[in-house]
Design a protein around this ligand. Sequence first.
Ligand code: NAD
Length: 363
Amino acid sequence: MGVFERITGDGYEQVVYCSDDQSGLKAIIAIHSTAMGPALGGTRFYPYDNEEEAIIDVLRLSKGMTYKAAAAGLDLGGGKAVIIGDPKRDKSEELLRAYGRFVETLGGRYITAADVGTTLEDMDTARRETRWVTGCSHTYGGSGDPSPVTAYGVLQGIKACSLDVFGDASLKNRTVALQGVGKVGHALCGYLVEEGAKVTIADIDVDNLARAVADFGVETTVLADIHKMDVDIFAPCALGGGINDETINEFNCKIIAGAANNQLARPEHGDKLRDLGILYAPDFVINAGGLINVEDELRGYDRERAMQKVLGIYKAMQLIFGLAKERGISTSQAANEYAEDRIRKISRIRLVRTAEYGPSSSN
Ligand code: NAD
């Protein structure tokens, strides 16, 4: 299928192929939408088997960013970039700077950040060639690693779920099965323990597992059992696709709320969770803390202000749960409709404003 065929009809604005022979850079930048503001989204550095896989991924991820920004109430559009290659083998200063120069050519229509396979330090390197980078280190006026802020947002989402299901937002003595104690999961584990929750964890990485046990004194279980545990809350903080045909009937929790992206293997799994009486916290709403954090960099980073904005995830979840009940739909569908509604309304205002006063400075 050609690129035009893929992007037409789904709102995509632009796809840019970037190639630099000298450094070996092969990247694709996808701008899904700038209707709400500049398209912000991370750069994934990944050894895709072929170009087809890379284009599918970048298109899917960039559209997801539009929805995430909209649901978080940010004046941002959605974009994403992929660099094709093995970050361990192919990453170099030369390549990252070549990539930065391509980002610069887009004049701020696309703003990048770190993602799978890229780091804070990589963003600092790209920043030497372009202004349009967020998630840089503190020394460069950046906001640093967003993961603890993402975790703080997930905590707010879990509290909103708890209020909805148990009539009490307090997590004291609530049981939580936490899958994945990496950057976000570790910080979340700390927050949960602080709130008085009883946490059990599992991770394929034994070092990460041991670190969480040492830091927080939590229990562990085997990988295969974590999502089946009889608990109040299952918090997936590892990889996406964990709610699938195989696992859907194995959950023994009242709430699924975690940081992982793309948790539902297919949209129908959201409906199925509703039928099972499990409250699902839509991933792109509950894990928006990191995006909210890097967005704040565009105004001159202020940690306090960013954390205040992250508290808004609690309210956003409540709005979505209300919408789902009112319309008799799943929370995942309600989240999509909530985001689409905001995109429609705000982009209309921006169009009128642009016609009257010229393009806004943020776009
Ligand atoms: P990470 O790589 O630091 O942590 C992931 C952890 O999950 C690792 O400890 C890893 O060993 C573990 N893991 C992998 N496969 C597993 C499995 N099958 N079972 C149990 N554990 C497994 O990543 P992260 O930054 O903490 O992100 C976690 C998730 O949250 C990802 O899906 C990511 O896309 C999403 N997310 C992260 C952020 C952020 O700010 N870092 C923001 C939004 C969404």
